[in-house]
Design a protein around this ligand. Structure first.
Ligand code: DGJ
Length: 331
């Protein structure tokens, strides 16, 4: 009996994503057979290829010295990129924004925090623009960082970090609308309120056009998408690396005001977002109305072994649900 349970445990521990299916929470290997290391990520579709950018977590997790809360971290390893044409098989493209290991004062030195990178293409400048959360070891710096590249696979050149219009910026996402305008959405004001800020035409700077949403509601991990002309934001509460209940909200304009629709998750552990946290919603190219919700399942004591939970979004009128599936495929 004991031998059987050891074999079953070993099998579960080594379960990987089978060809042509998504297996949320299992180890997901790239086409070289290595676990995908792209956390807090986002995906850009460009010229027939999907590019998945994420935090490249170092292999040693430790607690940030002198910080009271559960500030687990790894050295900032930069931003990784994987490419795919089918969303199941991902090719390693390397670390496309490399950490600066030379200058100890650099925003992207390994002692810093580089989180939630997202990339969009700017048609006017022909550049790929990355926005990300840049912080120091205790998350007190609270800034947004920007980098740029001529190619989706880099290398990206880091430009700078800033507090947009003087406001704190932690969990961040980037959204490019159909009209070519791009926005950053970030947790601000002590993570209490979300700011939605229009970027300049080159996407490299914030403008002074800012909308405050979810005022005093402490939402983070924003993931934004558009469906049938409406804008949706999925977000989490603020509990560090520990899971909490997701929320979704809808608006007629990207800048809000947003109407909260409650927790979209259904099934086992839906009240804990399946032990995950939102990072991105991916519209599937060539399948109008098909969206994949991407969550991170953080492993705070071994952050590089944090897993990915991808699930389909099911619409019913203006509302949608995200239901747990052990394995699933795109139809
Ligand atoms: C929650 C955020 O969503 C993550 O990106 C990360 O910053 C952790 N907090 C750090 O505790």
């Amino acid at each position: 009996m004991r031998t059987l349970s050891i074999i079953i445990t070993a099998l579960i521990a080594t379960t990987t994503w089978a060809q042509g299916t998504f297996t949320p929470g299992a180890v997901w290997n790239d086409t070289d057979g290595n676990p995908i290391n792209a956390h807090g990520g986002g995906i850009m579709y460009h010229d027939g290829t999907y590019y998945w950018y994420g935090e490249y977590k170092g292999h040693h997790t430790y607690r940030s010295p002198g910080v009271g809360w559960e500030c687990y971290r790894t050295d900032a390893g930069g931003v990784s990129c994987y490419s795919s044409r089918d969303l199941y098989n991902w090719k390693w493209e390397g670390v496309v924004l490399e950490p600066d290991t030379v200058n100890p004062y650099s925003d992207i030195h390994p002692t810093m925090v580089i989180e939630r990178p997202k990339v969009v293409y700017n048609e006017k400048t022909g550049k790929f623009v990355m926005w990300m959360h840049i912080d120091n070891h205790n998350y007190g710096k609270a800034t947004a960082g920007v980098a740029v590249s001529d190619s989706p696979t880099g290398k990206f050149t880091y430009i700078e970090s800033m507090r947009p219009n003087g406001s704190e910026s932690r969990d961040i996402t980037l959204y490019k609308d159909d009209d070519g305008k791009a926005y950053i959405l970030f947790s601000s004001e002590g993570n209490g309120t979300m700011h939605i800020c229009l970027l300049t035409d080159d996407y490299l700077r914030p403008t002074t056009e800012v909308a405050r949403n979810f005022i005093g509601q402490s939402r983070e991990a924003p993931a934004v998408f558009k469906h049938n002309g409406k804008y949706y934001i999925v977000s989490s509460g603020c509990t560090g690396w520990s899971p909490n209940e997701a929320d979704c909200a809808v608006a007629d304009k990207i800048t809000g005001p947003y109407k909260q629709l409650g927790n979209p998750c259904r099934g086992n552990n839906a009240d804990k977002t399946f032990y995950g946290q939102s990072t991105f919603v991916l519209p599937v190219h060539g399948k109008p109305g098909t969206h994949i919700m991407m969550f991170d399942r953080w492993n705070k004591r071994k952050l590089d072994d944090s897993r990915y939970i991808w699930l389909p979004i099911d619409f019913d009128g203006e509302k949608f649900t995200i239901t747990w599936n052990d394995t699933w495929s795109l139809r």
